[in-house]
Ligand binder design. Structure first.
Ligand code: GDG
Length: 491
């Protein structure tokens, strides 16, 4: 945190993201504040707390326009403000076209290549452009100098970097793409591929989680734009502007001593969870925590549990998967169908292997608060992450970060960016049900000593490669680019 402040030395930082870091909802008991289920917010919020500045986001789920000032600004975190949140209120039509339509029915499946067909509607694209322009205007309005540091988050804002660049040519624009980037063939089906690439190349730095996503992006630019590419420096020059394309693996904030002190001991967490769920004492408890999204491999996970019980009937009555699935984008039909499919499969597997007082799969399709998740992670024997494709995945990092008892096994998809770093996990191909079932079995019988070795090593990795290091690397590269810009301007 301290290092970030030094790196920024009083520069103005503006973050742009779709989602706001805190949802303020008006209830009968007054305004209730909730943290959204979002990997982006989990990662970016601690960085903002460290470097203050302004966060511009779509004001969502909240009827509390009265708690902001005339410019829709409010201090956050609520109660002890460390930075400013400026909210953009979208009309129903804008939200439908920009957010549900182009961002989540177009870009999300386009980039994940997860066998859900992207939908490209002209009207969504028009809203996407218009909303990007509204956010770009807000950045310009918030800028106190001609060269602020602007941190642009995610696939909702592919066009915004070039829009800001046009008005603030000296700004340092860091765009971080939290989801994968596909290969040129897959990307080529997007009718507005050139506009999207040109928009993104307004960035000074364009960050992805892995080298592989950077390589896909550079190849895509090479295929569709007249740009100069210096492969050895990962530098793209387009319209005389340079963009550095670099990998910055995102992470989490390592729990502070104060936070750790607030945790109940792991055996106590286990006792509470087992009591609440009525689990037998010898149960092996596996847990999955996801937004309820078709890219997270939840169906494949249920099939793996089913296969485990088929192959190893000794687990019937003794192996339970608790699946927490936080509702997300549920106005979209694809998501509703997915939720129904998961509910049906859960029911079928439970009917097949359930006994009085025992269900192998417990599905909780609700939002849980942060402390409840921590308790669940600390109670579990196994954490299962089976994404079909995931930029990074933070759940696996959160799981190891709260296991200071050095117990617990992580089963992790090879298609999550996190698999590159978290090599001591049991790595699986979630499309291969047999392999995933075998990994669950192996996790369930892993001796405590082996668990300790693996998780201790994983904990070292995540502790070291934490979210401040992610931001620090990006800001250090930005700092270098600002110095170069100043030197060039002198010549
Ligand atoms: C995108 C990329 C990338 C889940 N349920 C609840 C809840 N969560 C929290 C988890 C975690 C976050 O949501 C999910 O993070 P992921 O990283 O798994 O996934 P995405 O939201 O898809 O995030 C992803 C990330 O951006 C960061 O770059 O890693 O690849 O897809 O923090 O704990 N949180 C609460 N209640 C829940 O019920 N409070």
């Amino acid at each position: 945190r301290g290092l970030l402040r030094t790196q920024l030395r009083g520069e103005q930082v503006i973050v742009v993201s779709n989602r706001e870091p805190y949802i303020h909802a008006k209830t009968d008991d007054g305004i209730v504040v909730k943290r959204p289920a979002s990997g982006l917010v989990a990662a970016v919020e601690p960085v903002m707390r460290a470097c203050s500045g302004t966060w511009i986001a779509h004001g969502s789920g909240s009827a509390d326009r009265d708690v902001v000032d005339a410019n829709d600004r409010v201090g956050v975190p609520p109660g002890h403000a460390e930075y400013t949140l400026r909210r953009i209120w979208l009309s129903a039509e804008e939200e439908q076209g920009y957010y549900y339509g182009f961002a989540n029915e177009g870009m999300w499946p386009l980039c994940h290549v997860a066998h859900v067909r992207p939908v490209f509607r002209e009207s969504d694209w028009e809203q996407y452009k218009a909303v990007n322009q509204r956010f770009a205007d807000a950045v310009v309005a918030e800028a106190r100098s001609e060269d602020p540091v602007v941190l642009v988050q995610d696939y909702h804002f592919a066009l915004l970097p070039a829009m800001v660049r046009a008005r603030l040519p000296r700004a340092t624009i860091l765009t971080f793409w939290h989801i994968p980037w596909p290969n040129p063939e897959s990307f080529s089906i997007c009718p507005w591929r050139k506009e999207i690439l040109e928009g993104m190349l307004g960035s000074t730095i364009l960050g992805f989680h892995t080298r592989y996503h950077c390589k896909n992006f550079i190849e895509t630019v090479d295929r569709f734009l007249e740009a100069r590419i210096e492969h050895e420096h990962s530098m793209i020059t387009f319209n005389d502007d340079e963009t550095l394309v670099e990998s910055y693996p995102i992470s989490i904030e390592w729990p502070s001593d104060a936070e750790r002190a607030s945790w109940a001991p792991a055996p106590e967490c286990r006792r509470r969870v087992f009591d609440r769920l009525g689990l037998a004492a010898d149960t092996v408890l596996a847990v999955g925590v996801d937004r309820f999204d078709y890219t997270k491999g939840i169906l494949e996970r249920l099939h793996a549990v089913e296969r485990l019980l088929e192959k190893h009937p000794e687990w019937i009555g003794r192996f339970v998967l608790v699946q927490i699935a936080a509702p997300t984008r549920d106005l979209l039909e694809e998501y509703q169908l997915f939720q129904q499919r998961i509910a049906r499969t859960t029911e079928r597997v439970n009917e097949r292997f359930g006994r009085p007082g025992y269900k192998p799969i417990l599905l909780f399709a609700q939002h849980h608060d942060h402390d409840a998740l921590t308790e669940m992670y600390r109670a579990a024997d196994v954490c299962v992450v089976t994404s079909l494709h995931d930029g990074m995945n933070l759940v696996c990092k959160e799981f190891v970060s709260v296991r200071d008892d050095e117990q617990g096994v992580l089963v992790l998809s090879r298609f999550a960016g996190a698999a590159r770093e978290m090599t001591e996990a049991l790595i699986v191909n979630p499309y291969h049900v047999e392999e995933t079932a075998d990994a669950l079995h192996r996790a369930a019988i892993m001796p405590p000593a082996e668990q300790r070795e693996r998780i201790a090593s994983l904990r070292m990795t995540v502790r070291e490669n934490n979210v401040f290091r992610w931001a620090g690397h990006m800001l250090a590269d930005a700092g270098r680019s600002r110095l170069r810009q100043r030197i060039d301007e002198r010549v």
